[in-house]
Design a protein around this ligand. Structure first.
Ligand code: DI6
Ligand code: FE
Length: 404
């Protein structure tokens, strides 16, 4: 740490590092160089060497600076919308019943296959910018509405293109095991063959996927089928994640743990032994209150057990047209408090440090620590708990990514 910083930001810091609540440093300073955090600490402790003649000083006064927000679970790229299904649920048709009647995910697959790539990209870019305007600097984007080789790759290429052209870090996830497509109805094993033998190797060869995901549920894939997909991912050196125990207890948490998954997501029906298995393998629990609310679920995930077992909890939007038409990570955080009884501090950790871990990026982003990327957000709040408190309307003062 020699030589001056390019910039120094002065304000209250919620570093989200271990120690004080929120890793808070009141009247702090954050020094940045080459897109990385050079130094963090109380402004009174700032060494003179850090502030050279060319160093820009950003005096943020009483504003709070947090790590850039991370939305670690989205299905951002899709065509159409499913408001009729939303309305139908309110009139008594469950999410699963709609799926079994050929609506659900497959209706979005039909619309997405037909859509031009430029239109898919434009719609996803709009949603992405909405998320970014609220302080998101890293986002995970899944495929899963193509369900054939060509369209799955098309969706992942669009995700990569968004990462190249917007000021946000995009991590891509191949979710070919999302539903059984119409051409494979009654032949789900053959579709798993297709994933394992063709789709996954092609995504890997083109470096289009950073991880592999699956939907374990009676309306989707069985545990042995998911295990086959995960084995193939492992053989290609790709980490896995799982949509687990969302609508029923399918042993998803334990299955994810046995494959050392980065995360298991949803988890409403996860049992105690599943939580224990996640704790042993360090699997992050990604909680998705937007989906819980939208499908009209009644059983919240076992948050007290996650706490007791020290399972890290993340919070994400699950942005998708069926179960979570949500493009506000802050609103997801507020819902996590209301519906799952998370504390505001747990919510902020869940949108920063723990979300980074759910993407395998915790050595890179998610906290304000020297050496990590200079991705952070300045907020017009008196306390960081306000990020979970406001129900809409909170806008960052500034969003900084890679120091800019
Ligand atoms: N679980 C979900 O909540 C989303 N996917 C999944 O596996 C829903 C996707 C959809 O309904 O379109
Ligand atoms: Fe999802």
């Amino acid at each position: 740490m020699t030589g001056p910083a390019e910039a120094i930001w002065l304000g209250h810091l919620a570093t989200m590092a271990a120690g004080a609540p929120y890793g808070a440093v009141r009247d702090g300073a954050l020094a940045v160089r080459d897109g990385r955090i050079l130094w963090v600490g109380p402004r009174a402790g700032l060494s003179r060497d850090l502030a050279g003649p060319a160093t820009r000083i950003h005096e943020m006064g009483k504003a709070w600076i947090t790590p850039g927000l991370i939305d670690c679970h989205t299905h951002l790229i899709f065509a159409g919308e499913r408001s009729a299904e939303f309305e139908g649920r309110l009139l008594g048709t469950s999410y699963e019943a709609a799926a079994r009647q050929g609506g659900g995910i497959l209706s979005t697959v039909a619309a997405t296959r037909k859509a031009a790539s430029a239109d898919l990209e434009a719609a996803a870019r709009g949603r992405l910018r909405t998320l970014m305007s609220e302080g998101v600097t890293t986002i995970e984007i899944k495929s899963g509405y193509g369900l054939d080789l060509e369209t799955e790759l098309r969706l992942l290429r669009i995700a990569r293109e968004l990462g190249r052209t917007e000021a946000v870090t995009v991590r891509t996830t191949l979710l070919a095991a999302h539903a059984v497509p119409p051409e494979f109805v009654g032949r789900s094993e053959a579709f798993v063959d297709e994933i394992v033998q063709r789709i996954l190797p092609a995504a890997k060869a083109e470096r289009l996927a950073d991880a592999v995901d699956g939907f374990l549920e009676p309306v989707a894939f069985s545990a042995p089928q998911i295990a086959r997909v995960f084995a193939a991912a492992g053989a290609h050196g790709l980490p896995v994640k799982l949509h687990a125990d969302q609508l029923s207890d399918g042993g998803g948490a334990a299955l994810a743990a046995s494959h050392r998954a980065l995360s298991a997501d949803h988890l409403e029906y996860t049992n105690e032994s599943g939580v224990r298995a996640m704790a042993e393998q360090g699997v992050v629990a990604v909680l998705l209150p937007g989906a819980y609310a939208t499908v009209g679920a009644r059983q919240p995930p076992p948050v007290p057990t996650f706490r007791a077992r020290h399972v890290r909890m993340a919070v994400a939007t699950d942005c998708n047209p069926g179960s979570s038409p949500l493009t506000s990570l802050l609103m997801a955080g507020n819902l996590a408090c209301a519906l799952f009884r998370l504390t505001p501090e747990e919510v902020l950790a869940g949108m920063t440090a723990h979300a980074a871990a759910a993407l395998g990026l915790d050595a890179e982003v998610g906290r304000l620590l020297p050496g990590l990327r200079a991705d952070f957000v300045v907020w017009p709040v008196d306390h960081p708990r306000e990020l979970a408190y406001w129900m809409g309307g909170l806008q960052p003062i500034t969003r900084v990514r890679h120091g800019r």
